[in-house]
Design a protein around this ligand. Sequence first.
Ligand SMILES: *[C@@H]1O[C@H](CO)[C@@H](O)[C@H](O)[C@H]1NC(C)=O
Length: 647
Amino acid sequence: MRLKELSPSAALLPILLAIAPSPSSAFYLPGVAPTSYSAGDKVPLDVNHLTPALSTFDSQLHSLIAFDYYHEPFHFCRPEGGAKPLAESLGSILFGDRIMSSPFELKMAENETCKALCEVVKFDQRDAKFVNRRIQQNYNMNWLIDGLPAGQLNRDPHTNTEFYTTGFSLGSLEKEKPRLHNHYDILVDYHIAGPNKYRVVGVLVQPSSRKDSKILGNGKADCGNAAESLELSESGETAVAWTYSVFWRESPTAWATRWDKYLHVFDPRIHWFSLINSAVIVTFLVGLVGMILLRALRKDIARYNRLDTVNLDDLSGTEVGVEDGVQEDSGWKLVHGDVFRPPKHILLLSVFLGNGAQLLAMTGITIAFALLGFLSPSNRGSLGTVMILLYTLFGFIGGYVSARTYKSFGGESWKKNIALTPFLIPFVVFGMFFLLNLFLWGKHSSGAVPFTTMLVIVGIWFVISVPLSFAGSWIGFKQPAIQPPVRTNQIPRQIPPSAGYIRPIPSMLLVGILPFGAIFVELYFIMNSIWFDKFYYMFGFLFLCYGLMVMTCGAVTVLMVYFLLCSENYHWHWRAFFTAGACAFYVFANAMLYWVSNLKLGNFTSGMLYIGYSALVSFLFFILTGTIGFFSSWMFVHKIYSSIKVD
Ligand SMILES: *[C@@H]1O[C@H](CO)[C@@H](O)[C@H](O)[C@H]1NC(C)=O
């Protein structure tokens, strides 16, 4: 267990070890059963899309557009009878996987040197330009053998341990000139689990560029040597022979731990640091909110103590007068006759809240599932699939919450509410997604989600989610409205002009940054895993961070609302939503910063995609955090006003 090296947080360790399972224990859980081969059995090698990777010389990413392995200009060999797509899960397709069969022939534990993949292929000038450009952008090949990604060997300078990065490069730059890798040395580690039970436990590929390799016919080839490298001419035709060798190495690694090398943790200290940091912030905030609540209630409590003959529940009656001075001291009590006045645009607010609750349930449960090891990277696409399924099913929650809050606000156009809840936000999200996809289609990128998949998603939406949402709304409207604890006056009170941090923009900026602080380190790792095709698996950390984010969001919004009410401003509904939602603004700004520091997107499409996806995620985040902020404030406001006495 690599977590052991961390002594400072020794007290926390036992708990966290239980929560954050190490890869070896987490990845043997459900879903994937080992495949055993006999010696000489054919082991399929499947090919996935080509993805841009970090450039070797400026450590930046130059493109975001993935390409199909069999995209024409690459001229990779196809298997006889054509390449067949592998069955993939919905999440896997949405997250960009396009896995196809290949002509490679691997036989378990049988070394083979220098085989031809197909006849010599010819690159014309246009294709040569296309491929050279992709080499300059450092595109990676992504192969899978028995579900394991083919990687390159790396060494962690800190701990001097070996680990694999997934993918290997399409070509390399030699004196700034692109060289195409046309020969692959495939090194497969296998583990003998029993008599004639061979299992694949590691895959490395060492590609090289060879100018003078030749195809000899009958599957044989002469692989030349790596000293003479191959450059695709941009002024004429280039003939290319694709060749490969396979080496099998026996390995002591057991099947259950075969992913460990891929899921290398560079420096867990940074996670710990951020976690402890946010834990401190949260404790501080929650303490502060608790203190305020206590202070607000103290006088009443003191009175309870004096009137110990009176039943506590009856204290909100009128038998004790205002002479206690309860209502005189602070501003928030002055607005009791207005604080439950329904805000403007209740329809929109309730729809946002419904969708936010749906998102909250989906993200929380997805992360909890991931924590239990159900969604390991070895189970390709499971994360995406589970997210979509949960979101669809939780349409029920969305409908219910939306209807219930709308009714409590005194809304009357219930038909509009029922209709808008499952459509408004999904429509915006899907619309944006569709637009971004158009860009990808335009570029012939494999990242474009196929039209049929789009139809499937829309189908699932209409057949499952929308009816569930309607059902939820129906039940929500059947329930009684949540009654405010104090009566609302006929005539709205004047709001005195507010100053400083109470004004909308400063309050949003102040409140938004704290929940952002709780997640920002994990966010960095998540973005790395999305854009650099790395695996994200620190679900234990993510779970804790998510919890801290929710708590910070709630606590800090409650504080804001308290200050707002103290300044005799009772327009807290939208304010709570927006101040908490402002966290999304930081998420977006962070994405832009990340662009500046890690990406060097050469073309318009990549830039559009990046901004588009960042905006989309930030928008969902806005709804999510806004909802958390709103409901915590709602609870807070109900709590404090039910504790005071009003004539
Ligand atoms: C296959 O090649 C690997 C790596 O070169 C070597 O270690 C292994 O012994 C070879 N196996 C056989 C059966 O020759």
